[in-house]
Write a protein that binds this ligand. Structure first.
Ligand code: PLP
Length: 451
């Protein structure tokens, strides 16, 4: 049996200082950054929860792998390790290394899609959607309807709506759908898992119509662990066995190794299709690199090969999922509205419910994120009206947890700061935009508090 206290399943060998600032300093820094947390210098952030992408800590084993990296241009030994590790988990015939997930997406959609095609997904991640649209195809999100309600608690809120998939195929025709994608976990849907039962049902529909199924596998290990915890018949299986069972349902995958690859850079594309693989490798050579390194150094290939296996270790996953839930549950116990249930990699605060007196056009998510910085030097990110403008469905503030980076006491501190801001929420003011770029405005926008 395990203890009630979840401890970090590692000890710390190398430390990186983080810097305290005073409230007065943070007020000045925030003003200089035009109230946009992307424009802060990372040195001025105490706890950085901007993203879990590429921000994880590598293990001693990974660092040893870095030294072992074979930097040969062609036929590197590190590529053999990389391929072997991926095939052990994912089981696909062809493994194509890329510098990150979006490069795998660009190659996949360039080869498989054309103008007028339709790509269904439970929820497209933003780079995935952009790459589908870039080739002139339409990206359709088919998440289950319950996923739109932040407060609804479901074990597998990341699932695809299988009936909606059938309807879409009937409506647009099988010929216009070159592939179906399933994102595990569903990132844009709050880091919510997809059940094996749902993946099997989606695969069943795909097989019936002869449509290939690809996984967006970025958080596959977290998804496998949720299945172990929550789905009948999986408690006795290892996360690796669960991942293997899931990927056997598909024809290939895209992956960002900056997530459950436990590396700071890297990605890959897999397929079982010989002809597609050849076309994909030709594109790879054009923009990424030779097929045995694909835009990565040999040392990165080693770090990913080892990191993928470490992400499936049960001690790690137990700590990972428990520490994210700990943050969510402790703030939600005190009334802070969050997207329920806590996901794998992040907690999303419902800023609209947190700050009901601030209308959407005054950016409640930005107002809350800037308060968390002012109060305690915490960096989070708004996912709402600033990021999506009129298309925003919710006003959220995401606290993404980097892998193996922060300890229990860091998370306790984050809880304390959020609760302090919660106490004085009625005094928080809305924001107004003073500068915006024509695209992806959230990265560079300037704002100021109103009144
Ligand atoms: C991060 C991510 C991507 C893109 O990966 P990058 O390495 O950032 O290019 C694609 N899909 C999902 C679900 C992601 O979380």
């Amino acid at each position: 049996m395990f203890s009630k206290t979840i401890i970090e399943p590692f000890r710390i060998k190398s430390v990186e200082p983080i810097r305290w600032t005073t409230r007065e300093q943070r007020e000045n820094l925030l003003r200089a950054a035009h109230c946009n947390l992307f424009l802060l210098s990372a040195d001025d952030v105490l706890i950085d929860l901007l993203t879990d992408s590429g921000t994880g800590a590598m293990s001693t084993h990974q660092w040893a792998g870095v030294m072992e990296g074979d930097e040969s241009y062609a036929g590197s030994r590190s590529f053999v390790h990389f391929k072997r590790s991926i095939q052990d988990i994912f089981g696909y015939t062809h493994v194509i290394p890329t510098h990150q997930g979006r490069a795998a997406e660009r190659i996949l959609f360039t080869v498989m899609c054309k103008k007028g095609d339709v790509v269904p997904n439970n929820t497209h991640f933003d780079t995935t959607r952009a790459n589908v649209e870039f080739v002139g195809a339409e990206a359709v999100d088919l998440q289950i309807p319950e996923a739109r309600h932040p407060e609804t608690v479901l074990p597998f809120k990341g699932n695809m709506d299988v009936a909606a998939l059938e309807e879409l195929i009937a409506r647009v025709g099988r010929e216009r759908i070159p592939l179906v994608m399933l994102t595990v976990t569903n990132n844009s849907g709050g880091g919510q898992p997809v059940s094996m039962e749902n993946a099997k049902a989606v695969a069943g529909v795909c097989h019936k119509h002869g449509i290939p199924l690809y996984f967006d596998a970025c958080r596959f290990a977290e998804n496998a662990y949720f299945i172990k915890l929550r789905e009948r018949g999986y408690a006795g299986k290892t996360p690796k066995q669960i991942a293997q069972e899931m990927f056997a349902l598909g024809d290939g995958c895209t992956m960002s190794a900056k997530k459950d690859g436990m590396a700071n850079i890297g990605g890959f594309l897999c397929t079982n299709d010989e002809i597609l693989a050849r076309q994909e490798q030709n594109l790879l050579i054009l923009t990424e690199g030779y097929p045995t390194y694909g835009g990565l150094a040999g040392r990165d290939l080693e770090a990913v090969a080892i990191g993928l296996q470490e992400s499936l270790e049960e001690d790690y996953l137990r700590y990972r999922i428990a520490s994210t839930a700990y943050l969510g549950n402790h703030i939600s116990e005190h009334g802070v509205p969050i997207v329920q249930p806590p996901g794998g990699h992040a907690i999303y605060i419902d800023a609209k419910a947190f700050l009901p007196h601030i209308p959407a056009d005054q950016f409640p998510g930005v107002a809350l994120a800037t308060e968390l910085y002012l109060e305690g030097g915490i960096r989070s990110v708004e996912i709402g009206s600033l990021m999506f403008a009129e298309a925003a469905q919710m006003e959220l503030v995401r606290l993404a947890i980097p892998r193996r980076v922060y300890t229990q006491s860091h998370i306790d501190y984050v809880v304390e700061i959020i609760l302090r801001v919660w106490e004085r929420r009625s005094r928080i003011r809305g924001m107004r935009l003073t500068y915006q770029a024509p695209f992806l405005r959230h990265f560079t926008a300037h704002l100021e508090p109103i009144g």
